[in-house]
Design a protein around this ligand. Structure first.
Ligand code: ZN
Length: 58
């Protein structure tokens, strides 16, 4: 998923009042054609660094 798309999702999620999200589906984050190394939740748009992902066991 593009980083810009993730930002848009985050805004939409915030507009819904930021309900809790279990982050059921994570996608690799891209900035243009390069991977950022982070993953983003396809539901709420939150991004996670590799360290955070490791901590979450994802
Ligand atoms: Zn989420």
């Amino acid at each position: 998923m593009q980083a810009a798309e993730a930002t848009k999702l985050q805004q939409q999620w915030k507009a819904k009042g930021s309900p809790p999200c279990e982050h059921p589906r994570l996608a690799k984050e891209y900035y243009l054609s390069s991977q950022t190394g982070d993953k983003v939740c396809m539901t709420c748009g939150e991004d996670f660094s590799p360290a955070e992902l490791k901590q979450m066991g994802r």
